[in-house]
Write a protein that binds this ligand. Structure first.
Ligand SMILES: [Mg+2]
Length: 258
């Protein structure tokens, strides 16, 4: 059952030794047409810092690891980039090995998408080394559908080879390798690390790729979707402001009370 309520969530979490996993774009900050221009406000950084004094806090994103670390820039957090393929924490680092063939295929796809992105306005290509993201927030739904069909055609051989696959999201087309290591796998991997053992995991996210993490927490933690109720989460919050308000409340919990 999906309940849209800050109060219910706080009642559920207030007496637990938490481990927080937070998506970035659309969860801690609004989605920006140009992802390079997204900034995390000082207020949010302060909340995250306060939370990390009491609980392990991990930021889990489709962004490349370096980009994510630079955007958040808080040393006490764990960072999970490229949908789980890169992890950097206080004690742990992890890099998923996608293999040389997949790297070559991604390079080829990057060249094709780079030409598309340069050929029309409103498109931004991010080459994240483990995956590619073509952002098209400037397009209407019809142009978006046409463009997706065009991309599928241009990448047909690479997709047929089985080395790459395309996944969708909010105003984004992502080209990823065939490996199905995802945000949920990364969260499960972290939960087996020393700093996370015995903790109650909570994951907050707004998009399809977060649903993998929601699934990973079934029966062992709490999942919270943002702005939508169709991702199989335990609870939902209306938007970024509601997330920040919930996190600010969690940050006031005193560890000695637990
Ligand atoms: Mg997101």
């Amino acid at each position: 059952m999906n309940k849209s309520s800050n109060t219910l969530i706080l009642a559920k979490l207030c007496d637990k030794k938490l481990a927080l996993f937070l998506d970035f774009d659309g969860t801690l900050t609004e989605v920006h047409a140009d992802p390079g221009k997204t900034q995390l406000s000082l207020e949010v950084k302060e909340i995250l810092e306060r939370l990390s004094e009491n609980f392990p806090v991990s930021i889990v994103s489709g962004r490349a690891l370096d980009d994510l670390r630079q955007k958040v820039s808080i040393p006490s957090l764990t960072y999970v980039g490229n949908h789980g393929m890169q992890i950097f924490g206080l004690e742990e680092t992890f890099v998923y090995d996608i293999g040389s063939k997949a790297k070559e295929a991604l390079n080829e796809a990057s060249g094709i998408l780079f030409k598309i992105a340069n050929s029309r306005p409103g498109l931004v290509l991010e080459d994240k080394k483990f995956s590619l993201s073509l952002h098209f927030k400037g397009l209407n739904n019809r142009d978006e559908s046409l463009l997706k069909a065009e991309i599928n055609g241009l990448l047909a051989d690479l997709l047929k080879s089985g080395l790459l696959r395309i996944t969708g999201g909010k105003k984004i087309c992502e080209v990823r390798t065939r490996h199905h290591w995802n945000k949920g796998d990364a969260v499960s991997w972290l939960l087996g690390r020393k700093a996370f053992i015995g903790r109650y995991p909570v994951y907050i996210g707004d998009d399809l790729t977060d649903a993998d993490a929601f699934e990973a927490l079934q029966g062992i933690g709490t999942s919270i979707s943002v702005g939508r109720q169709d991702l199989g989460a335990d609870y939902s919050l209306n938007g970024v402001d509601a997330v920040l308000s919930t996190l600010a409340s969690l940050a006031t919990i005193k560890v000695r009370d637990l």
